[in-house]
Design a protein around this ligand. Structure first.
Ligand code: CA2
Length: 149
């Protein structure tokens, strides 16, 4: 993918991930979204990147921040939440900016309901990490750093 220009990654979390740590700990663990930001930021720092973190419950806001990343980020870590399984528009946004991205799911979506088995994003992702808990965000940041070399 070549030398990173901006030395910055974008972390995007989609709908309902602001609820992390408040309920469903058996599925999503006890960590909060702030904990996720801290893990991702510390990992990014370790591999020489800044990290911009964003969460929204609104599809359009997520698409806007992905578009904006084209100007000053080198890659994206994204947990699209439930939009994973529904959103052609999010896929088009990620394809459109042509930045490498890693898709993260805290839970093992393949061990859950059938409707969670399909992702509109996975086919164009650089990597997909599922079921590793919030550590998946660390793996994703490290993988992007490797890809961006
Ligand atoms: O496992 C993941 O990270 C998911 O992307 C999480 C989404 C779900 O729709 C995907 O199938 C898999 C849901 C995020 C909702 O997060 C909550 C966290 C705590 C309590 C309630 C919801």
């Amino acid at each position: 993918m070549g030398t990173p220009v901006n030395n910055r990654l974008l972390l995007v979390n989609g709908p309902n991930l602001n609820l992390l740590g408040t309920r469903e700990p058996a599925v999503y663990g006890h960590e909060t979204l702030e904990d996720v930001f801290a893990i991702a930021r510390a990992t990014a720092e370790d591999v020489g990147f800044d990290l911009r973190a964003f969460q929204s419950n609104h599809e359009g806001a997520l698409i806007d921040v992905i578009h904006e990343a084209k100007a000053d980020c080198d890659g994206i870590v994204i947990n699209p939440g439930g939009l994973t399984h529904t959103s052609v528009a999010l896929r088009d946004a990620l394809a459109g900016v042509e930045l490498p991205f890693v898709e993260v799911h805290i839970s093992n979506v393949h061990a859950r309901e059938e409707f969670r088995h399909h992702s509109y994003l996975s086919g164009i992702a650089s990597a997909v990490i599922v079921g590793a808990g919030v550590q998946g965000y660390e793996f994703a940041v490290r993988r992007l750093a490797t890809i961006l070399g």
